[in-house]
Design a binder for this molecule. Sequence first.
Ligand SMILES: [Zn+2]
Ligand SMILES: [Zn+2]
Length: 366
Amino acid sequence: MLAAVKVGPSTTEIREFGVPDIPPDAALMKMEVAGVCGTDVSQYKLPLRGAPIIMGHENVGTLAKVGRDFERHKGFKEGDLVFLEHYLPCGHCEWDHLGEYRHCAATEWFYDPKAIRYGYTPLDTAPGFWGGFSHYVYLPLNAVLHRVPEGLSAEEAGLGTPMSNGIQWTLMDGGVGYASTVLIQGPGQQGLCCAMAAKQAGASLIIVTGTSKDARRLEVAKLLGADAVIDVQKENALERVMEITGGKGVDVVVDCSSGAGTKAVLLGIEATKRRGGTMVVQGEGNQTFPDFPIGRLTRKGMTLKSARGHSYRAVELALHALASRRFPLDLMMTHRFGLSEVEYAIKSVGGEGAAGAIHVSVMPWK
Ligand SMILES: [Zn+2]
Ligand SMILES: [Zn+2]
């Protein structure tokens, strides 16, 4: 088997390994599609935290070898097409019983060097095959799998990660539903999935913002259901939101403009309605917010929430939303690359490789 191994900052080499044997309580997944995420772009540039690593955390594959106990406990058998979550939960804490694996301490790779997470755990944690940029991925008993619904291709199921985030952040965290008005900042794959989730939930107004280089993405946003789009470099975004909403502002803001930081948050606070709005934001690492206008938040009776990953249920809903074929998913699936092109695939998502990338798939057997 081959895998693309990150051996240093922005450095990958293809390595050959023996296909591992599996114990009765494990399985081996033959990779079909590993989606490339915005997080991969920043992670790829960082120094290694230990041994080399196989990246790739948005994984869809076919079960190639399934141990007897794994099959009995999990209900999956060889040949099943599955969506693998990147969390490897402990399986018995309160969060895991709720399907909120993202909160399980065992998945906290950022703080706990022993925590295993697909795409983030190095090769020296046996058996090492923890990333999707590889021919095979190892599945212990606590791997979290979802069955890919009938009729959904592996590549389409690869949208399951951004779509589950879209459902989690927009509907479950943001509370968007029938007749809601929504502002989504950032038209990347996450933002576009937030727009689809809002549309399917019955939002009456969906506004998506982007920058001038996002022209095509903003076009796609409209084709996926956005009612209005704003180029924040050409227009005054707040004025446009107020114009579109007749001066009312929106019920919910979801910030998917990674890197825009304080500016996007300040805009979001002002763009929500006068009372009782909600904003869902994403902070990074040790990011701080000097002069945060907390008084303004209180005055508006606003709720501020953090977007961080997704629940089990959000993934189930995402896969079924994708399988409903209500949206032209092909507009999002812009690029496919083989294993030897992993670096270019990551660069493309970061805007430095192939032009016009929205969702990029690595297909390790291509
Ligand atoms: Zn990701
Ligand atoms: Zn747990």
